[in-house]
Structures are given as C-alpha cells and as structure tokens.
Design a protein around this ligand. Structure first.
Ligand code: HEM
Length: 177
C-alpha cells in the first residue's frame, strides 16, 4: 500500500507539469559571469597588489584615528560618492559604472593608505581611469566633495591635508585630457 501511494505521488504530479512544459517555449538561463562580490558586475581578471593603491600607507595609527577608523573611512567614501553622483559637474562620469564595486574598492584604497590593516584589491589608477577621459577640473570637483565629506566626518584639517597630499600625485594617472 505504501509503495502504491509513493508511485502515485511520483507519477501523478509530474505528468501534468511535463505536459505544460512541453508546450512552453524553451527558455535557457542567462549566462552570468561569476563575481566574488555579490551585487557587483564581474570584471576582467587582473593582478592584485597594494601597489595599485597608488600611494604608500601612513605609519602609525594617528591618521586612522583622525578618520575614526575603518567605519569613519566608509562614511567618508560613501558621502564623497553620494555628493559626486549628484554633482552636475561630474555626475555624468559615474553613469553606467558599477558603483557597488567603486564604493568597495575606494574604501579599501583609503583604508590601506590611512594605515588600516586592509589590502587594496582594485586595479591601478591609470588602468581604472584610462577610458574615462577626465580633466583637471573633474579632479578638482571630486577633491572638493571629498573635503566636504571629511568635514562632515569631523576629520581635523591637518589630517585632511596630509591625506590629500597622498592623493595629489595620482592626478597624473587619473587625468588624461
Ligand atoms: C586621486 C583621485 C582618484 C582616486 C584615488 C580614484 C580611485 C578610484 C578607484 C580605486 C577606482 C576603482 C578601481 C577598480 O574598479 O578596480 C576608480 C574608478 C573610477 N573612478 Fe576614480 N579615482 C580618482 C579620481 C577620479 C575622478 C576625478 C573621477 C571623476 C570625476 C573618477 C571616476 C571614476 C570612475 C567613473 C570609476 C569607475 C571605472 C570603472 O567602472 O571601471 N575618479 N577610481
């Protein structure tokens, strides 16, 4: 009896389901490139190195403390990006780029430079900006937004200026026009 019920359960349901599927158009699953970070668009493979961060880290913990640790750095990056994607001078630059990835790797980059025990996993600055066609004025706008973000976080001016001095030489790799 138990065997009969089992057989009925196995045969009764799938037959109707199969009949419906036979008429339905064949749908293949979309091809999805794998990414190790959910919510991000996969990128072409590249070598990883902290040297790609474009600056050597500060020694000691003073700068990390001035930015209120990794959490404070995260807030600064988020505020800088939030301001930049609403900033009519540069908002268009970010359209159709992966902002989930950009926020993640920028947080890594800033944290690494500011002396946190964090590795930078993104691409180097020249490769990252090669096809964007940035001008010096774009760099100026982004730095202004970073300054507003650091002010909001309560980062003291000396620490702000020391950090901006680390970023300044990257202009040569970032600005291509
Ligand atoms: C010193 C200044 C800058 C630093 C440190 C910096 C840092 C970065 C980093 C870490 C990435 C991600 C790299 C990766 O995906 O592997 C990136 C990409 C990007 N940056 Fe910058 N950036 C700077 C200046 C700028 C400026 C001025 C703009 C535009 C106003 C800009 C727009 C972008 C965009 C749109 C991407 C995404 C590129 C892509 O999707 O492949 N960046 N930047």
């Amino acid at each position: 009896m138990r065997l009969f019920l089992l057989a009925a359960a196995v045969f009764a349901l799938p037959v109707t389901a199969l009949a419906q599927e036979a008429d339905a158009p064949l749908e293949l699953p979309p091809v999805v490139m794998s990414t190790e970070h959910p919510g991000e668009v996969a990128v072409e493979p590249y070598d990883r190195s902290n040297a790609h961060a474009g600056a050597t880290p500060f020694e000691g913990t003073a700068m990390l403390e001035a930015f209120h640790g990794v959490e404070g750095i995260g807030r600064v990056v988020d505020a800088m990006i939030d301001l930049s994607i609403e900033d009519p001078r540069i908002a268009g630059t970010f359209v159709s780029h992966d902002m989930v990835r950009l926020r993640r790797v920028l947080k890594e980059q800033f944290a690494y430079i500011l002396g946190a025990p964090v590795d930078y996993s993104g691409r180097d600055m020249a490769t990252s900006h090669r096809d964007i066609g940035l001008q010096a004025a774009d760099m100026g706008a982004l730095v202004e937004n970073l300054q507003i973000a650091m002010d909001r976080e309560g980062v003291d001016f000396r620490a702000q200026n020391r950090f901006l001095a680390k970023l300044a030489p990257m202009k040569d790799d970032v600005v291509t026009r």
